[in-house]
Structures are given as structure tokens and as C-alpha cells.
Write a protein that binds this ligand. Structure first.
Ligand code: FPP
Length: 263
């Protein structure tokens, strides 16, 4: 059953047989890495140490992803709402993005990983912008694996930005508003270059999307795991993939091949 237009599923009708094989695995997985603060609190440690341990969990997860059949991984590193945290914590998270990229960029580049950072660039310090641009530039030719970090990202902000760009194009006479459909909208999002996630994981037991990939989540399977992010590792990722495989994805249809009605 193909996804509806605009759903950006990884199923590709042109290669149906490979799509059938792919149906069993989540090609694009997105993760809300939650629970760093609680992990630190349980150990009477400062929250910063929870985030630092979260980076180690991220490294383990990136390393384990290809053997779990995953080609693309999007992680939520910093949301547009995280600016509401104390300045010291915001500074810590900015520094962690920078140090993670600085320490791992050579290896990621060598291993064929393409790094992309999605989210608003406004408000980020010059040194953070510099490292983001360096990572994207140096890995631009890679296509083995996509590591996408949502940083200063909000799903609603991304949708608003897309709407503004479409409105500007209409105003400038470059776009006929009657042609704006799901696919046209999709092309304006910061995730336009990649199919939508098949699976979205949230750790820590919370069951919310918290403004993550709102448009792209339309047909994603959601898996909530009761583990704090710094404790996450390959076995948890494998368990989430197995849960995904037990799901029946119907994209609004019945799941039975039949003569299809059209709108
Ligand atoms: C949520 O835990 C986690 C975050 C807001 C940030 C996620 C960041 C990392 C895993 C490390 C940094 C990685 C990059 C690439 C920047 P929380 O602090 O809300 O935990 P809590 O709900 O237990 O308080």
C-alpha cells in the first residue's frame, strides 16, 4: 500500500520489490533523546553531566544504527523551546554540539556519513555556526548514512518558515497559489532532502512529540521506551526496530490490495 502524496514515506513505487523488502525495516529513524536531567538527578549529579552522558549514548546509537538496518537517523539535540532553560544549560548544550562534531567529524567523514543540521540558524553563536557549516560542507559528498541533528529546531517553526517562503513566492509572482499542495509544502521544509521518518522513538517514558517533526510524523510509527537517554544503547535500538516490525502500516488504507477509490 503506497503512502498518500506528501507523506514522504520511504516506500518507492518505482522499485516496488525493494520497497517490499524495505517495508520490514525503518529506513529513517528519528529520536527524541529524553531523560538526561532525570538520569543526572538520580545520581545526584549536575544536569550537565546528564547531557554529557547523553552524547555518549548518541555515539553508541549512531554506531549501532547501520547494523539495525537504519540508513538515516535524526536526533533532537535542542528545541526552539529549550531557550527557556537556564543560560548555563543552554551554553552546555551548545558546547556539546560543538565538541561532538569536533571530536567525531573526521570519523563520520571517513565512514561516509552525511551530517546535516536542521533548525533555525538565527540565535546560534558564530563558533557553533562555523562548526555546523564545516560538518555539512565536509560531509556533503557522503551518502552511506545520514545523521541529521535537529538543533534550534521546532516543528511549528519549520512549518511557519515554509509557509512564509511560499507566501513570499506567491507575492513575488513566482508561484501560483493554486499549485500549493502537500508536495509543494514538503519541499519548503528543512527536511525536504530526506524521506520522512518511518519510526520516531522517544525515551524516558514520556509520550509526546514535543514539537518534533510534526509534519513529517504523519505516518511514522511511534515507539516510547522506558529508558533514560544516557542509558540508551544498541539493545534498545534493536528492541525499537523489532517493535516497528510488528506494526501494520496502512497509510489510511485497509492494508488489502484492492481496486482503489480516488478522491
Ligand atoms: C532532554 O533531556 C534532552 C535534551 C534537551 C537535549 C538532548 C541532548 C543530548 C542528548 C546531548 C547533546 C547532543 C547534541 C548533539 C547537542 P532533559 O534534559 O529534558 O531530561 P529531563 O526531562 O530528564 O529533565
Amino acid at each position: 500500500m503506497p503512502p498518500p502524496p506528501g507523506a514522504k514515506s520511504t516506500s518507492r513505487s518505482a522499485a516496488q520489490s525493494s520497497a517490499d523488502a524495505d517495508r520490514e525495516r525503518p529506513i529513517h529513524v528519528a529520536i527524541i533523546m529524553d531523560g538526561n536531567g532525570r538520569w543526572a538527578k538520580a545520581r545526584s549529579l549536575p544536569r550537565a553531566l546528564g547531557h554529557r552522558s547523553g552524547v555518549n549514548a548518541l555515539k553508541r546509537t549512531v554506531e549501532a544504527a547501520p547494523s539495525a538496518g537504519i540508513d538515516r537517523l535524526t536526533v533532537f539535540g535542542f528545541s526552539t523551546e529549550n531557550w527557556r532553560r537556564p543560560v548555563a544549560e543552554v551554553t552546555e548544550l551548545m558546547g556539546l554540539l560543538k565538541s561532538y562534531v569536533e571530536s567525531d567529524l573526521d570519523r563520520l567523514e571517513r565512514e561516509g556519513v552525511r551530517v546535516r543540521i536542521i533548525g533555525r540558524r538565527t540565535g546560534l553563536a558564530a563558533d557553533v555556526l562555523e562548526i555546523i557549516e564545516r560538518a555539512e560542507r565536509r560531509t556533503a559528498g557522503n551518502d552511506e548514512f545520514l545523521l541529521q541533528v535537529a538543533f534550534n529546531y521546532g516543528g511549528q517553526a519549520d512549518i511557519a518558515d515554509a509557509a512564509r517562503r511560499l507566501a513570499q513566492a506567491v507575492k513575488a509572482g513566482r508561484l501560483d497559489p493554486d499549485t500549493i499542495d502537500e508536495a509543494a509544502f514538503d519541499r519548503e521544509l528543512s527536511t525536504a532532502h530526506t524521506p520522512a521518518p518511518d519510526l520516531i522513538i522517544r525515551t524516558s517514558g514520556e509520550k509526546r512529540l514535543s514539537n518534533f517533526l510534526l509534519w513529517e510524523a504523519a505516518y511514522a510509527e511511534l515507539v516510547f521506551q522506558d529508558v533514560l537517554w544516557p542509558d540508551y544503547g544498541p539493545a534498545h535500538l534493536k528492541a525499537a526496530v523489532e517493535e516497528f516490525r510488528r506494526r501494520d502500516r496502512r497509510y489510511g488504507g485497509t492494508g488489502v490490495d484492492d481496486v482503489l477509490a480516488t478522491a
